[in-house]
Design a protein. Structure first.
Length: 559
């Protein structure tokens, strides 16, 4: 069951108290309404809302219409009180974080309520979900904060205005002067006579702009969503392919830039590398960097080589997506998984050495790397995602990990030059279209451990032989597994399963008990015999018999 974890951190800092004592906060049991129905017309009751009510030392908190995964049924609350010396303000931070898989099924609104005890002030700075600002409560009276926004265009840029806090989020470029090369994001905009501070920036904010060469980020930008305390965790300029450098105003509390590259303030997170930097290599990443953000090298135009130091512990999704000239990347030795779409459509990438500690390769990691010609999966890898090698048209051979459990959907689809792959005995499932259109693969041997095979698993393949050694339960046999496979392929199955497979496949089906004999004949032919024809005992014959069963070029023929 998926969960939403609600993290509540309260720092209570009291004005005039020089030696504040740490206090323990308690919360009541969290109540969730579950998935609510929502009207197609947006009404105030359906808008994200925060309701606060203070009575004596007890604060009740309601989060209404919080968007979370529909499968969620419970929540977790963590409380922490920080107090120190020389403190003059009180702050309450409520951070709601959904815990959902990357392939989330759906989202819907939840109502969440809880109680904070021993809060001895009515005035504090609140950061909660989408809200950020100073709060002054009246005893016993609820304060209702409603997320009501308006999208407007100002000077060719589209913003989302949050009227209650006078904040603005830069959404995207609406119109643009192609002659303007430097964009200075404004720190403040004015609309209908009111001023709004630009605090947030959207993902892919400038789309596929091809004219901006320099972006200057103001000191007010600090997140991607109103009220978020996470800062900027992905590359917001990922599709702006002409950018050569990024600069950040010195007083920005969460961002900085080094040589035109965007980092968080501590330089522990590399957020964005300018996609049109003229450099062909980037090998000088600081030892301070521990993580590379999602899409940091997205659409890079000129880099051929990148060295990611061993200090780096995490790589973001879509990291090198469509990097035009990238050929060589040294990956950090500490990472334990390769992220989604890591090298998706890096068409110049020829070889990648996967670190030995990696246990998981997520979906699309090498998809459409059309120059990749070989691959070795270290023995720690026990799981790979969908589409990992789909479209690797130059891939000729691959060594799979002996711990690999599943060959998922589309794993080797359209690997038209794949010649050699050994399926380890750890594999239990072969997904849909897993080997589709592997035109150069002449033989495939599926071990006894394989318990299911998906539809179109061998579509458009031209095997000479296919071995299915395990007994697959009827409910796990996909009727279309042999669809569009060359019917000249000889399929070998357990002796007891021959009849079952004859009902699924229009080509020759033989029991595995005969496979060893045929293999011996085939080896005899390959190692020097001049005859092309053999009887079933492996003895060469001069001409093809006019009737009966014989072997030609290592394959059984019935006349």
């Amino acid at each position: 069951m998926k969960k939403i974890i609600l993290l509540l951190t309260a720092a209570l800092l009291f004005e005039g108290i020089m030696n504040a004592q740490e206090q323990k906060l308690n919360t009541s049991e969290v109540i969730s309404s579950g998935c609510l129905s929502r009207s197609l017309e947006e009404t105030e009751s359906a808008l994200p809302t925060i309701v606060l009510k203070k009575e004596e030392n007890t604060l009740s908190v309601q989060l209404l219409n919080y968007e979370g995964n529909c499968g969620t049924t419970d929540f977790k609350i963590d409380n922490k009180v920080d107090a120190g010396n020389d403190v003059t303000t009180c702050s309450l931070n409520v951070n709601v974080t959904p815990v959902i898989s990357r392939e989330a099924d759906c989202t819907c609104p939840f109502n969440i309520s809880f109680t904070v005890f021993d809060l001895n002030t009515n005035s504090f700075y609140l950061t909660c979900w989408w809200y950020e600002g100073q709060i002054e409560l009246t005893e016993g009276e609820p304060l209702v904060l409603v997320y009501r926004t308006e999208d407007v265009v100002i000077d060719g840029l589209k913003y989302r205005l949050l009227r209650i806090t006078h904040q603005a989020k830069l959404l995207y470029q609406n119109t643009w002067d192609d002659k303007l090369k430097t964009l200075r994001i404004p720190s403040e905009v004015e609309y209908d006579g009111e001023k709004y501070t630009v605090t947030s920036v959207n993902q892919s904010v400038f789309g596929s702009n091809s004219s901006i060469t320099k972006i200057i980020i103001p000191k007010t930008i600090k997140n991607t969503e109103f009220g978020s305390t996470e800062g900027i965790t992905f590359n917001p300029f990922s599709s702006c392919i002409s950018v050569e450098s990024m600069e950040v105003e010195e007083d920005n509390p969460v961002l900085c830039s080094v040589d035109g590259v965007l980092f968080n303030k501590e330089k522990a997170l590399l957020i964005a590398y300018p996609p049109c930097s003229l450099l062909e290599s980037y090998t000088t990443i600081s030892d301070k960097v521990k993580e590379i953000a999602n899409g940091a090298f997205f659409y890079n135009q000129n880099l051929k080589k990148i060295v990611l130091g061993d200090n780096i512990e995490k790589l973001g999704d879509n990291l090198f997506y469509k990097s035009k000239k990238l050929e060589n990347v040294i990956l950090p030795s500490k990472i334990r998984e390769l992220p989604y779409n890591l090298f998706l459509e890096c068409k110049k990438m020829k070889a990648v050495m996967i670190p030995t500690e990696v246990a998981l390769i997520n979906g699309g990691a090498f998809q459409e790397c059309s120059s990749l010609d070989s691959m070795f999966l270290p023995e720690n890898i026990d799981s790979i995602g969908l589409n990992v090698f789909w479209g690797c048209t130059s891939l000729k051979n691959i060594v799979l990990s002996p711990k690999l459990k599943i060959i998922p959907d589309n794993t080797f689809r359209d690997c038209i030059n794949l010649q050699d792959v050994i399926v380890p005995h750890s594999v239990t499932s072969v997904g849909s279209s897993a080997f589709q259109n592997c035109q150069s693969l002449r033989s495939l041997d599926l071990p006894e451990s394989v318990e299911s095979i998906g539809r179109f698993a061998f579509a458009d393949c031209h095997f000479e032989s296919l071995y299915i050694r395990g007994i697959i339960p009827d409910k796990r046999i996909e009727k279309l597994m042999f669809s569009r496979m060359d019917t000249q392929t000889i399929v070998y199955v357990p002796d007891s399963e021959v009849q079952k497979y004859k009902e699924l496949y229009g080509g020759p089906i033989y029991p595995l008990s005969s496979a060893n004999q045929q293999t011996a004949i085939h080896e005899t032919f390959l190692t020097g015999g001049t005859s092309r024809f053999f009887d079933l005992q492996g003895r060469p014959v001069k001409d093809a018999p006019t009737h009966g069963i014989y072997v030609k070029d290592g394959r059984k023929v019935i006349r």
